[in-house]
Design a protein around this ligand. Structure first.
Ligand SMILES: Nc1ncnc2c1ncn2[C@@H]1O[C@H](COP(=O)(O)OP(=O)(O)OP(=O)(O)O)[C@@H](O)[C@H]1O
Ligand SMILES: [Mg+2]
Length: 744
């Protein structure tokens, strides 16, 4: 029996349970916190940061924490500020934001020019559409999205075009690999010519910078002597490499994650990063957290039950701290509309019982499902905040004005130029534009340079004055960009570009667009109050907003009251929690998704996604399905999700009025007995793993495999099973009874 080693007396640590406190007290060297949903991983990470500052005297200016969204980073900073002073100097950001910051400061060392812009998904598509036509093996029916997917995955895996050409598989996403590599090559060249980088580059270029210019890496490492990564299970190869480089000198790297919540494999996330952490850092300390503080025991039971069906996983223990709570309800509606009405009905009831709308969330697999739910909610006037979907920053007028701003900062941004040269119309037709582009291509200049010289160089026979005027307009705008704060500058752009007049002529619709532009100016004003920086910094931030980020949500839901139900995809819900959660569309073809059925490992990924959804719920959980659903314009009969079968017995089936039809959950204790366990606070040093022979992180020896470290412990008594990582033999699952392990 091991006991909790002495921990420093600390008011901070006393707010954690003993295992959490041990992890939070981790000082130097590599560490891995691996634990299930709601076990306090994120909380432990924040407390560890505060404890480093308060107890170990670490300078906040040497601490980096990487989170999944800017919102999570902001929240973490707020929490840290409450716990300890100096927290405003912490570096908390996403991988992408960290990349921008590093590349803006040091990108010149690897040939990035000042003022580079960040291309988003749509900009990428513009380039791909333009180049794909002339590449052998890429037909006109090739979807540019497929190409974009190939590029994204290649970058996530740090593959160059040459690597792609050497790829062992003859086809990549159905395309000849040579063609895919050629697309990649030309795309990169085009982007470089326009002084732009894309999302993937934010990581890969930073990695390249670190490798090629060690002095820069050293400077950045001084600012990141203690590194934390939340949601480590969703890092890809490039992010892994970035982390590895940053941590390679001081080796103070603490990562937290849950392999069961890895849900971004389709975007290149590699679950192996977390599983191999101990291979990369053989001296890593492993901390396991085994108590779930978030969900009622019933909710947690079905979550545990579900995820056990995954074959590829580390066994972990996760026990409820909370009581049984309410039964989980499942409702099978006649169709998707009835499903939406059922959700609206229960939202209303919960609200009448005193729960705030803001404490409720509706989660779905695909954005397309949100429309019907929204309609149902609107009918009964439930305020709803939609996260994701076609949002504020995707609107045409917003993108147009931001494109002007980009071009003002970076005259080489041809993608932006092509977007706005005809908005409003300024007498430069398609043929003229093509000649300008051709001249620019032949002479290796930007299109804007071609415009500026249209008259002298005889690029155009007629109307050469128009492009020259456009170039003059942009020149004036560039000067304004240097001289104005972000908000006045955007106002200047809206007016001088002619966009304002254009919208004024468009009547009602123009009016709505104008209001959106006003909102953009307000967003910039608000941004300036909270940040110091130029229009360039504002554009960077706007480009990096993810759908769950606050700045984005605020603009997108500007007319929605504070107290509103959240509607979002299961993916976006990661890391969040709500007292009441509805998961809709638990049907075959939706959850698991149709694509998952044909992809290797697809079902297990979808199961993890469902697991993420279930474990967001604190008190109430509702699952729904529609027997008939309209999809792609046709109504079809559906089948219940296979996952429902896996958790059968864990929920009550209810009818449209909420009356229990099938009360399985009433006898749920027989179905799977879990008794809530309440771990003591840290002051009381009784070990929380009472009755267990082994604990995560412990060093053991095996007669054949040698020394190793316990990764996970599952089961009790004779059936206790440990997962042990042996540096010489890999990771093994062993039954304690037979394994002949000894403690080291
Ligand atoms: N020791 C504790 N005492 C009280 N509340 C706790 C404790 N540990 C965690 N919690 C609460 O439990 C909830 C879940 O914690 P947290 O979000 O840190 O879990 P997590 O492991 O990061 O979850 P996820 O896997 O979903 O990211 C939070 O509301 C947190 O404040
Ligand atoms: Mg978390």
């Amino acid at each position: 029996m091991t006991s909790v080693p002495d921990l420093p007396e600390s008011p901070l640590l006393s707010q954690l349970n003993p295992n959490q406190a041990q992890a939070a007290d981790h000082y130097t060297g590599p560490a891995l916190v691996i634990a299930g949903a709601g076990s306090g991983k994120t909380r432990t990470l924040v407390y560890r940061i505060a404890h480093l500052i308060q107890h170990y005297g670490v300078d906040p200016g040497e601490i980096l924490a990487v989170t999944f969204t800017n919102k999570a980073a902001a929240e973490m900073r707020e929490r840290a500020k409450h716990l300890v002073s100096g927290a405003d100097r912490l570096w908390m950001s996403t991988f992408h934001s960290a990349g921008v910051r590093i590349l803006r400061a040091y990108g010149e060392h690897i040939g990035l020019k000042r003022g580079f812009v960040i291309y988003d998904d749509d900009d990428q598509m513009d380039i791909l559409k333009e180049i794909m036509g002339s590449i052998p093996g890429i037909g006109p029916d090739t979807n540019p999205r497929v190409l974009r997917g190939i590029l994204d995955r290649a970058k996530s895996n740090l593959l160059t075009p040459a690597d792609l050409a050497r790829h062992p598989e003859p086809f990549i996403s159905g395309l000849p690999r040579e063609s895919a590599a050629e697309v990649y090559r030309r795309y990169e060249a085009r982007k470089k010519g326009q002084n732009a980088i894309d999302f993937g580059d934010l990581i890969t270029e930073t990695v390249r910078l670190f490798k090629e210019v060690p002095a820069v890496l050293d400077r950045v490492r001084d600012r990141a002597k203690f590194i934390h990564v939340d949601e480590y299970q969703d890092t890809n190869k490039a992010q892994y490499e970035l982390t590895r480089l940053l941590a390679s000198r001081d080796r103070n790297l603490l990562v937290v994650g849950d392999p069961d919540q890895s849900i971004y494999r389709f975007r290149g996330a590699d679950i192996q990063n977390i599983l191999d952490f101990q291979k990369d850092y053989p001296d890593a300390k492993v901390y396991m957290l085994e108590h779930n503080y978030r969900s009622s025991a019933r909710v947690l039971t079905i979550a545990n039950k579900l995820i056990e069906n995954n074959a590829e996983r580390l066994d972990k223990t996760l026990r409820a701290v909370k009581e049984d709570g309410h039964p989980v309800f499942f409702h099978r509606a006649t169709d998707h509309r009835a499903e939406g009405d059922f959700v609206a009905e229960w939202l209303t009831r919960l609200h009448a019982e005193g729960m705030k709308f803001a404490d409720m969330a509706v989660l779905y697999r695909t954005n397309a499902q949100s429309r019907v739910i929204e309609e149902s909610l609107r009918r009964v006037s439930i305020p709803a905040k939609i996260v994701g979907g076609v949002g504020f920053y995707d609107r045409r007028e917003i993108r147009d004005v931001l494109a002007y701003a980009r071009l003002a900062i970076n005259p080489a941004d041809d993608v932006a130029l092509r977007r706005i040269i005809g908005r409003p119309r300024r007498g430069i037709g398609d043929t003229a534009l093509e000649r300008l582009m051709e001249w620019a291509r032949v002479n290796g200049t930007s299109i804007l340079t071609a415009c500026a010289n249209a008259q002298e160089l005889n690029i155009l026979e007629r109307g050469a004055q128009k492009p020259v005027e456009f170039a003059q307009l942009m020149h004036a705008m560039s000067e304004a960009a240097d001289n104005y704060e972000p908000a006045p500058f955007l106002r200047y752009v809206i007016e001088t570009s002619g966009y304002l007049d254009l919208l004024r002529q468009e009547g009602q619709e123009g009016q709505v667009r104008l209001e959106n532009l006003e909102e953009l100016v307000s967003a910039a004003e608000e941004w300036s109050r909270e940040n110091e920086g130029t229009i360039q910094d504002f554009l960077d931030d706007a480009a990096l907003l993810s759908s769950v980020d606050d700045m984005r949500a605020k603009q997108e839901n500007k007319d929605v009251p504070e107290d509103a139900v959240t509607l979002m995809t299961l993916h976006n819900a990661k890391g969040l929690e709500f007292p009441a959660v509805f998961i809709v569309g638990t049907e075959e073809g939706l959850l698991p998704s149709r694509n998952a059925l044909i992809e290797p490992g697809g079902i297990e990924e979808e199961r993890r996604l469902f697991y993420v959804g279930i474990t967001r719920a604190m008190e109430r959980l509702f699952l729904t399905a529609a027997q008939n659903r309209m999809q792609y314009g046709k109504t079809n009969a559906t089948e219940d999700s296979r996952f429902l079968e896996e958790i059968e017995g864990g929920f009550d089936t209810v009818d449209a009025y909420g009356q229990v039809i099938d009360a399985r959950a009433k006898s749920w204790k027989e179905y799977r007995p879990t008794v809530p366990t309440r771990p003591s606070a840290v002051k009381n040093t009784s070990p929380m793993t009472e009755g267990m022979a082994y604990r995560g992180g412990e060093k053991v020896a095996h007669p054949k495999f040698g020394e190793g470290q316990v990764l996970a412990v599952a089961g009790m008594g004779d059936r206790q099973e440990v997962t042990v990582h042996f540096p010489s033999a890999g990771t093994k699952k062993l039954l304690v009874k037979f394994a002949n392990l000894t403690k080291v």
